[in-house]
Write a protein that binds this ligand. Structure first.
Ligand code: CA
Length: 422
C-alpha cells in the first residue's frame, strides 16, 4: 500500500506554522484525555491540535476500514498497533485525507474531534512489554571506553561484531513531563574500599531514540534485517536517566541495574516508520563487515536532528548537545535481527533503546558524562552556575526533528524535572 499520507505537496485546512513538529505529513499516534472527558483515547497531532480518533471513528470518518471503536477508546496504543501495518497505514492515509485542505466536510465536523494541544493531557502511549537498551553509537562507546579503560582499549573486542545490549526495566518508563526523583543507592567514594549509601550525586541523562515493536513473533522465529521494519511501528525520543555513581559500583559483572531502572522518559508521540521513510540515509561504513545475519541492504539509518537543553528551576535554559540519529553504527534492523537471532520472541509494545547517540564533536555528545568529560569540563549556565551533572530543580528537555525540502517531521519533546531525593 502506498503511503499517500507522506505526499509533500499536501496542505491542510488546519493552520500549521512552519516550525511545527506536526504537519499533515507527520500524523503520529498518542493517547490523551481531557478534563471534561477523562477516559483515555487514541489521538494524532496536527499543528497545535490533538485529534480524537475515537470520535472520528464514531463519526464514520474512517469509512471502509471497519475498526472496532474499542481499539481507539483505550489506555494504550498496543491494540491499535496489533491491527498490523496495513491497517495502521490505511488509518494514517485516511487521516491525511481528513485533514486535507480540500476536505471541507471534515473541517465542518472538526469541532467534535479537535482539541487545542495545551488543553489536553498526553499520557504514556505504550504499555511497554519488554524493554531492551542497545549501545549502538560508536562515538559514545569510544568516549566512555576511553574514560574508563584508556584510548587503546576503548572499544571491547565484541563491539564491532554485534549490537551490544541488555534487558532493561519497563515498569519505570514514564511519559514526558513526569518528574524524576533523584535516586538513592550504594556508591563507592574515590580512594575508598567500602561503599556509602545516599542520593546519587552524578545524575545524568542519555540522549537516545527508541523503536516500538508493532508485530509479534513466535518463540524460535528470527527476523532478518530485510523484514525488520515490518515489525517496527514507530519511534520515540528517549531519555535513559542514569546515576553514574550507582552504576559504576554495581555494574560488574552483569551490567546496568539500579543506576538505570529508576526512570526512563519517552516522548508522548510515536512517529511512525512510515512518516520517517523520506528521511532514511546511509549509515556509517561497518568495518569489519559483520556476520551475514547482520548485513543489510539499502538505507537503514534516519536523519533525525536531536537536541538537549537543561532548564534550571530559575533562569534561562542552555542547549548542551546537538546530535543526530544518523550517527548510529548499528541500525534498528540490525538490532532487531540480532535480538531475535537466538529465537527470542517479540511482543507488541516491546521497546528498544538505541543507546546514547553521541556525534563526533564535543558539542554533539549525548550525556553529561561525556560533555563534562567525567566532571573535568563543567558546562557554564546562563545564570553563571556550572553543571557537571544534573542538579535538583533542573529540567532536561530533549527534542527531535527531521527536515527536508520544507517538510519538518518532529517528535515533540521528552522532558523531565529532577526532584530532590526523599
Ligand atoms: Ca542507555
Amino acid at each position: 500500500m502506498t503511503i499517500t499520507a507522506n505526499d509533500p505537496s499536501r496542505k491542510s485546512w488546519v493552520a500549521i506554522s512552519k516550525e511545527s513538529d506536526f504537519p499533515i505529513q507527520n500524523l503520529p499516534f498518542g493517547i490523551f484525555r481531557t478534563e471534561s472527558n477523562p477516559a483515555p483515547r487514541v489521538c494524532t497531532a496536527i499543528g497545535n491540535y490533538v485529534a480524537d480518533l475515537a470520535v472520528m471513528n464514531y463519526l464514520a470518518l474512517f469509512d471502509g476500514l471497519e475498526i472496532d471503536n474499542e481499539v481507539f477508546n483505550t489506555r494504550y496504543l498496543n491494540d491499535f498497533m496489533a491491527l498490523g501495518k496495513i491497517t495502521t497505514r490505511a488509518v494514517r492515509n485516511k487521516l491525511a485525507d481528513i485533514f486535507d485542505a480540500n476536505n471541507k466536510d471534515a473541517k465542518d465536523l472538526s469541532w467534535h474531534f479537535l482539541h487545542p494541544m495545551d488543553k489536553v493531557e498526553l499520557l504514556l502511549p505504550i504499555k511497554v512489554g519488554d524493554y531492551t537498551d542497545f549501545y549502538s553509537s560508536i562515538e559514545h562507546a569510544t568516549n566512555v571506553g576511553t574514560m574508563f579503560r584508556g584510548k587503546e582499549n576503548a572499544l571491547m573486542p565484541n563491539w564491532k561484531h554485534l549490537p551490544v545490549g541488555y534487558h532493561g526495566r519497563s515498569s519505570s518508563i514514564i511519559v514526558s513531563d513526569t518528574p524524576v526523583k533523584r535516586p538513592k543507592g550504594q556508591q563507592l567514594p574515590a580512594n575508598e574500599d567500602t561503599p556509602i549509601f545516599g542520593p546519587s550525586r552524578l545524575l545524568d541523562f542519555e540522549l537516545e531514540m527508541a523503536f516500538i515493536v508493532g508485530q509479534e513473533t513466535e518463540l524460535g522465529q528470527t527476523v532478518p534485517t530485510d523484514n525488520a521494519e515490518d515489525y517496527i511501528f514507530g519511534m520515540v525520543l528517549f531519555n535513559d536517566w542514569s546515576a553514574r555513581d550507582i552504576q559504576k559500583w554495581e555494574y560488574v559483572p552483569l551490567g546496568p541495574f539500579l543506576g538505570k531502572s529508576f526512570a526512563s522518559t519517552i516522548s508522548p508521540w510515536v512517529v511512525t516508520l512510515d512518516a520517517l521513510e523520506p528521511f532514511k540515509v546511509d549509515g556509517p561504513t561497518q568495518d569489519p563487515q559483520p556476520l551475514p545475519y547482520l548485513q543489510y541492504n539499502g538505507k537503514k539509518n534516519y536523519d533525525i536532528n536531536l537536541e538537549v537543553l537543561i532548564q534550571p528551576e530559575h533562569g534561562e535554559a542552555k542547549t548542551v548537545c546537538h546530535s543526530n540519529t544518523k550517527y548510529l553504527y548499528w541500525n534498528n534492523a540490525q538490532q532487531l535481527a540480532h535480538h531475535t537471532i537466538n529465537g527470542c520472541n517479540l511482543n507488541v509494545g516491546d521497546m528498544c533503546g538505541s543507546g546514547t547517540i553521541s556525534g563526533p564533536t564535543p558539542d554533539s555528545y549525548g550525556s553529561m558524562l561525556e560533555i563534562s568529560w567525567r566532571g573535568t569540563k563543567p558546562v557554564s549556565m546562563p545564570d553563571g552556575s556550572e553543571r557537571k551533572f544534573i542538579q535538583d530543580g533542573d529540567t532536561v528537555i530533549m527534542k527531535g526533528w527531521c527536515e527536508k525540502e520544507g517538510i519538518r517531521i518532529g517528535f515533540g519533546e521528552a522532558n523531565g524535572k529532577v526532584l530532590p531525593a526523599d
